[in-house]
Design a protein around this ligand. Structure first.
Ligand SMILES: C[S@@+](CC[C@H](N)C(=O)[O-])C[C@H]1O[C@@H](n2cnc3c(N)ncnc32)[C@H](O)[C@@H]1O
Length: 492
């Protein structure tokens, strides 16, 4: 599909957005028409989708902007009105003749509309300044972003502007930056398409366009792929090794306002696969923020090279040549392991800043906004305790839906609980194992009694002696601290 240059006609984009919303063009309605896996298909599956569509105005829009198929102009006029069709042409999103021919895709993301270059899986056709709509990494960053009301947000490497759009719903003002003018054109158009007038686009590298301003929320889905190439702006930042990631972390720290959060999708290298997270731990040490390092994918150099050159499979020797070039590059850097994941930072007053590392499973990640806010609020409270045992004097409560698992075994003719685990039923779906009696105690926390009182009551009920009561107290302290830091349990 040919791409033409965009025209950032905000008035036309706004009008088009209104027409698209009026006809009901949303993620839910697309899934209703094309099925739940509609978003997973590529261009090659468009003929299947096309055949599922009824003859309705909404279906004409889905055909044109989701499946990216030329659509009779009279159908598009019926769906969007003459002014809607003129707006498609005025913005450069489509060419209008007897058929309307799409130049770009407009993807509904929830209730947002995101225009971008083409289907996301046509790797070899991508132009160097290619802009994607909402990729799996966009979703990860979105899910890990605290969504509370803030005054100022910054989105670095905004691409289509999707993170800026998401932040614009709960921030008074959003600054969106990119080195790529083509991306900023999309961000500008997408802001108007969604009726936002609080997004300001600025061109420049990383935090340079932010000057010395500070922000309450910083998001960055960095072009973090460690590669010897500089082929695509969204993938290759053009820095050596994992330098772009270090710069993103340090830049975020510099631009974070008091009580501000930053969610950064980055990558990091390790010379020792048994110590994969040393570098982000070093980057976040002594920075005046609590940090949460969330490794999502980890691979050895060959695995990393294969993942990021997947689009070359089946293209003769090109795949093999890319594997050699990439692994030689990583070998020269002495790399044994590559991790891609998120770093969440919270700037706060006080001291005793801490870092946590918890692996996250991409397939098990839901919206973690509330969890992250609870987790960092609890870490601030924990940092204020003079001694760890002071937690025993606190009232805690279970803060979110959890699943309490028991593993049972028959022992001496009775069924006995041998292990127990708590699993958060939202956000990162974190899982914590502990003794069954400690977890049963924690599961009953409702903020009405202190931890010490709960332990005493449990000890009386179970008839425990002093040594066993002390053990239970230690277990409860350990598991409560862990669950507070994970945002599963809360101070009441
Ligand atoms: C992985 S994409 C993320 C796009 C979007 N924010 C998202 O979440 O889907 C990375 C973006 O960073 C931009 N970029 C590359 N190098 C950059 C730099 N030095 N400074 C700022 N942005 C850069 C690319 O143009 C691209 O839009």
């Amino acid at each position: 599909m040919a791409t033409t240059e965009l025209n950032t006609d905000r008035a036309a984009a706004q009008l088009l957005g209104e027409a698209l919303r009026e006809v009901g063009y949303s993620e839910r309605r697309v899934s209703d028409l094309l099925g739940d896996d509609a978003y997973e298909g590529g261009r090659e599956e468009a003929p299947v989708g096309e055949r599922r569509l009824p003859r309705t105005p909404l279906a004409a829009v889905v055909r044109l902007l989701f499946l990216q198929l030329p659509t009779p102009a009279r159908d598009v006029v019926e769906a969007l009105g003459r002014r809607g069709v003129d707006s498609l042409e005025a913005t450069g999103l489509a060419e209008v003749g007897a058929d309307v021919v799409p130049h770009v895709r407009v993807l509904p993301v929830g209730n947002l509309l995101v225009a971008s270059d083409d289907f996301p899986d046509e790797d070899h056709d991508r132009r160097p300044d290619y802009v994607a709509a909402y990729t799996p990494t966009s979703r990860l960053l979105d899910s890990l972003t605290p969504r509370r009301r803030v005054a100022r947000a910054l989105d670095v490497g905004t691409g289509s502007g999707v993170q800026a759009l998401l932040s614009a719903r709960h921030a008074r003002h959003v600054v969106a930056t990119d080195v790529n003018q083509h991306a900023l054109d999309y961000a500008e158009l997408n802001a108007a398409l969604n009726g936002f007038d609080n997004i300001e686009c600025r061109r420049g590298s990383l935090f340079e366009p932010a000057g010395d301003e500070t922000f309450d929320l910083i998001t960055c889905n960095a072009p973090y792929v460690v590669s010897p190439e500089s082929k695509w702006a969204y993938r290759d930042a053009g820095f050596q090794a994992d330098e772009v990631s270090e710069r993103v972390v340090r830049g975020a720290v510099e631009h974070l306002a008091d009580d501000g959060f930053a969610t950064l999708l980055i990558s990091w290298l390790a010379h020792d696969e048994d110590e994969p997270d040393e570098r982000p731990l070093a980057w976040t040490d002594g920075i005046g923020c609590d940090s949460w390092i969330l490794p999502i994918w980890g691979e050895d150099p060959l695995g990393h090279a294969a993942t990021w050159n997947d689009h070359l499979t089946g293209q003769g020797g090109r795949f093999a040549a890319a594997l050699d070039t990439w692994t030689e590059y990583l070998a020269r850097l002495g790399v044994r392991w590559v991790t891609e994941g998120a770093v969440v930072l919270h700037r706060r007053p006080g001291r005793n800043f801490s870092a946590r590392v918890d692996e996250v499973d991409e397939d098990d990640l839901d919206d973690a906004s509330d969890q992250i806010q609870r987790a960092f609020a609890s870490r601030m409270r924990l940092a204020e305790l003079r001694r760890r045992s002071d937690l025993l004097g606190c009232r805690l409560k279970v803060a979110a839906p959890v699943v309490l698992e028991h593993e049972l075994e028959p022992r001496r003719g009775r069924t006995t609980v041998v292990t127990a685990a708590f699993e958060l039923d939202e956000g990162t779906h974190s899982r914590v194992e502990a003794s069954p009696r400690a977890l049963e105690l924690v599961a009953a926390l409702d903020g009405t009694a202190t931890l010490a009182e709960r332990v005493q009551a449990a000890a009386r009920r179970l008839g425990l002696g002093d040594a066993e009561t002390s053990r239970l107290r230690r277990e409860v302290l350990d598991v409560s601290t862990e669950l507070l830091e994970l945002g599963v349990v809360d101070f009441s």
